[in-house]
Write a protein that binds this ligand. Sequence first.
Ligand code: SF4
Length: 567
Amino acid sequence: MSKKLPVVESVEVFPRGQSESAPFHFGPIEGFPASEKVYVEAAGGVRVPVRRVTLSGGEPPFDVYDTSGPQGHDPKLGLPKLRKPWIDARKVDGDDGNRSQMHYARRGIITPEMRFVAIRENMAPEFVRDEIARGRAILPANINHPESEPMIIGRSFLVKINANIGNSAVKSSIGDEVDKLRWAVKWGADTVMDLSTGEAIHETREWIVRNSPVPIGTVPIYQCLEKAGGDPTKLNIDMFIETLIEQAEQGVDYFTIHAGVRLAYIPYTANRVTGIVSRGGSIMAKWCLAHHKENFLYTEFERICEVMKKYDVAFSLGDGLRPGSAADANDRAQLAELDTLGELTDIAWKHDVQVMIEGPGHVPMHKIKENVDLQLKICKEAPFYTLGPLVTDIAPGYDHITSAIGAAMIGWFGTAMLCYVTPKEHLGLPDKDDVKDGVIAYKIAAHAADLAKGHPGAIERDNALSKARFEFRWLDQFNLSLDPDTAKDFHDETLPADGAKVAHFCSMCGPKFCSMKITGEVRELVAKQEMEAGMAAKSAEFAAAGGELYVPKMEGGEFISPPGKDP
Ligand code: SF4
């Protein structure tokens, strides 16, 4: 059995002054070109970061939603504690022990976190409060993660993406995982899940939480299994609650809990092509069968709620029976579990605990919409949080693409947050490059969904980039893109000279066949012809009026002589 890990009260990775002895080296994370971080300020000390992109050609600067967090801080010391004064003030102002944002929202209180989110999303604070109170959105914000910049997950808001990181027993480095975190938020991850399963789970998580400007999620049963020596049959609710408290004390913002994997549903998976593919789902299924008892996460759910509300940890109710292949999509096991997740949502809401619902998985395109429709109905519009889904199983090595197709569709239909999939899915632990590929693929899916949903303002970035593209402002086109580095590198491969960055063509079609250049010339020609036609018309009008340079004016029935002419 592994050593029991201590609960950490500290909010610093290392005490100040001892950072030089920290064992990890962190390289700088470079920023974006032509960009600066600026803050939108509001009452109550709320300062919301945006990335301001400077444009050329007389265009105004363009502000982009920014998840990268405060820059220039030593990861050995962690990020500044932005929310600490807000959290402390609420403790002083009368505290019944329930610290959840939903609890405040239901009492009509608009917290600074809600005001922060309102600015980020360009929505009214009262609307934000109401959506949280109704359970249609969550604002994950553990009181022990004061470094986080508030964000919201709900289908009335921008579609969010999650990036998974974490050690495994085969490959393990805390430094690598902290680097992946910083890398993921740079490229736009809205939340990060630490799925560490190897050694040093507790220490890895401490480093990650202290350096994360975005909410952190975990799957506590993983650490619990380490405590049980890797034997699922030795798990129990006391061990689980102890692990929840340990992680909540560290500042984890949401927990994936597989409380919907009920004993009666496990036989439904017997004839599946890929059985139970969720790690947490398979662990709990083994426990249920070994003891022939109902899942203790289900039977003891109210005890779990007591921990969640004390720290404001949100539920991410896990889809332990999600399909792992197209053949298993929308089957009896998956939908039976969804029914239970709806029942658990009501219990959590009774405690004012925030809830989102996890979803599949592997689902062909024609079966995707049914997932959203059922989830919204059964779980009373609690936010849906889906992994992909992968729309086909035939492309290992490219599953960031197979899943981003499904993610764009399910986001359009109403999913609030998309969990990324990297090219390494099914094959190995993702490295830093895979994290970037996964994040970018999912930023595309989420933004495509925002456009399809008609989210206010979503199209402005497309319009700004398209205008830059048509006007051959190449650097602006790169700088407005999700990945300016790659866009510029691709252009540089064939046209590296500075002059090519204002040229009216690129190497794809060349100067004679550049359709945008030709269109520009067509427009100039039309404008010229319209101008000439206009001149000719005016000339004819002039001749028809007698060809006089000065035309006498009339006033009160009398001709008025223009200067130098007799009437
Ligand atoms: S050459 Fe072709 S690809 Fe390149 S800018 Fe012109 S139209 Fe676009």
